[in-house]
Design a protein around this ligand. Sequence first.
Ligand code: NAD
Length: 240
Amino acid sequence: MSQKIAIVTGASRGIGRAIAKNLAKNDYIVIANYNKSEKEALELKNEFNNIHIFKADVSKREEVKQLVEYTLNKYKKIDILVNNAGIDSQQLFQDITDEDWQNVINTNLYSAFCVTQEVLPNMLHNKNGCIINISSIWGLVGSSCESIYSISKAGIDAMTKSLAKELGPSNIRVNSIAPGFIDTDMNKKYSIDDINNIKHDIPLQKIGKPEDIAKCVKWLVEDEFTTGQVIAIDGGWQIH
Ligand code: NAD
């Protein structure tokens, strides 16, 4: 089959949804994973013939296996994996509980490790693949009161670089996209004043849209010579 098959995790809303939609508009077949937002996932499926939805908590190995099995039973191959599912977490370092730690690390880092491990046998067999990990600029520069989140994203970027070296000879490219401040539900907690202050610190003086990240995903999917990179899409925030 010449059409390319993509799995996008956490695709029912926000950045994952924009990635799934942009790939579907460009004729990719998308398996859009969701965990809780069933209504939004069904809307996505109804909008596109080439989007399938699959419920799985990607921090659980058994559910990840089912997601990959579903995709392979249907299409026999996986060309693209976008590890997008994630949660944030804010607290002082000394207030972090073991439960906070496990929750964020499992959802943000273990999930990317686990889904990647489960899709790899097929990509290795086909000597073809593109893996994109959605990290964060906080993985690059650290964030006060968001240390577990920053640690999880720095871990993802280290995985990206290690795997790019390990999998390059098998024609599998691995890259991270590190978004800055993107207008999604994850940032609903910020007031208009907070957002205006943030815009002031961003060289381009604006916050990003999920579509800004989706465009970069499509570019990376179609490129053939980029691997091991962490691409910040942040209006210049992390260099300010
Ligand atoms: P969001 O909260 O709107 O979306 C996150 C998605 O991940 C949701 O659909 C959620 O259901 C899903 N998810 C969470 N845990 C899951 C699990 N265990 N299994 C399956 N799905 C799960 O947030 P978003 O802004 O769209 O975030 C998407 C990614 O981008 C995240 O990894 C986030 O860390 C990263 N990011 C976001 C921003 C931002 O400013 N919004 C900045 C940097 C990085």
